[in-house]
Design a protein around this ligand. Structure first.
Ligand code: GDP
Ligand code: MG
Length: 302
């Protein structure tokens, strides 16, 4: 007689303000055991999905690149509308905070969004390795635990307690029988076409924009616009060309940085993330241009 093994299946969304370690965590999780990596090409959702599998079941992870970043930014506003939708589809929400930094306004926005959702919630204190003893900002965040089902401290980069977090997620996920789980995975496979194609243009732009904001935070506030002009699958690698537009020469200088340091940093981090999400080697060529009509470009996107 065939034994039906009860497994667990569910959607999990990782949220947190930029730089809390969401991508690093997803990377650490996927290194443990990867079944299928299938970033979906529906780039309008601005999310990437990845399937994790072990003997307990399957988890469909969604990373939310930069969507909770600069809410005041023009394009950011549009992207932010996508977040609640994603959150509502999740069985479990993993809310990442960086205990090496004090709580900020951005955290409040994230918590505010998460609060509205019915899903099970885990509060994850990240960067445990960096913040030890008196240097941590644990107290800034731990009063939030009341609103969460569980909490755990991890180091995504040192892969400490990542297994513990995965077990915690499985505890909160609903049980389904084995067949359902497989059916769901099949759906994901079918939905996922070519990993990065011209349709992914918007997604790639979003990643570059996210990294640019991250590395230019204080310096260049809302004056950039990213356009991907070429995505070419060269078999051995995917060639991507992009332009970062800004509205003044002094901003252009800042984006490039001394001896090209800044733009290289932006490019390196965008490439790393694209490689992680696509499982492919990426060659990313970024240029910076001054364009006083960048506002109109954004409005055209409307
Ligand atoms: P995201 O914007 O939330 O996706 O954050 P990233 O995953 O891109 O990480 C932002 C930065 O924090 C990167 O420089 C990571 O290397 C670093 N980081 C992530 N997790 C940890 C951690 O556990 N410890 C330390 N010390 N750094 C981390
Ligand atoms: Mg990220």
């Amino acid at each position: 007689m065939e034994e039906i093994v009860k497994k667990k299946y569910g959607r999990v969304v990782i949220v947190g303000r930029p730089n809390t370690g969401k991508s690093t965590l997803l990377n650490a999780i996927m290194q443990q055991k990867v079944a299928i990596t299938s970033p979906l090409p529906q780039t309008t959702r601005k999310n990437m999905m990845t399937v994790f599998e072990n003997e307990k079941g399957q988890i469909l992870f969604t990373d939310t690149p930069g969507v909770l970043g600069k809410i005041s930014d023009l394009m950011g506003k549009r992207v932010n509308q996508e977040v609640p939708k994603t959150l509502n589809q999740a069985e479990v929400i993993v809310c990442l905070v960086d205990i090496s930094r004090p709580k900020s306004e951005e955290e409040n926005k994230v918590i505010g969004l998460v609060r509205k959702v019915k899903a099970k919630k885990i509060l994850v204190y990240n960067k445990l390795d960096k913040a030890v003893g008196t240097k941590d900002h644990f107290a800034d965040y731990n009063y939030l635990e009341d609103e969460f089902d569980k909490s755990i401290s991890i180091s995504a980069i040192k892969e400490k307690n990542v297994k513990g977090l995965i077990n915690m997620i499985f505890e909160l996920l609903p049980e389904k029988n084995g067949k359902d789980v497989l059916a769901n995975i099949e759906n994901v496979k079918q939905e996922s076409g070519p990993i990065i194609t011209m349709h992914a243009k918007e997604y790639v732009e979003e990643i570059i924009r996210e990294k640019a904001y991250l590395f230019l935070r204080e310096e260049v506030p809302y004056t950039i616009f990213v356009e991907v002009t070429k995505i070419l699958d060269k078999k051995k690698l995917i060639l991507i060309e992009g332009v970062i537009y800004t509205n003044a020469d002094r901003y252009k200088k800042m984006i490039i940085g001394e001896g090209g340091k800044k733009i290289r940093e932006i490019g390196f981090n965008a490439r790393k993330e694209l490689e992680l999400m696509s499982g492919r080697k990426i060659f990313l060529d970024l240029t910076v241009k001054t364009d006083t009509h960048w506002m109109e470009r954004i409005e055209k996107l409307g």
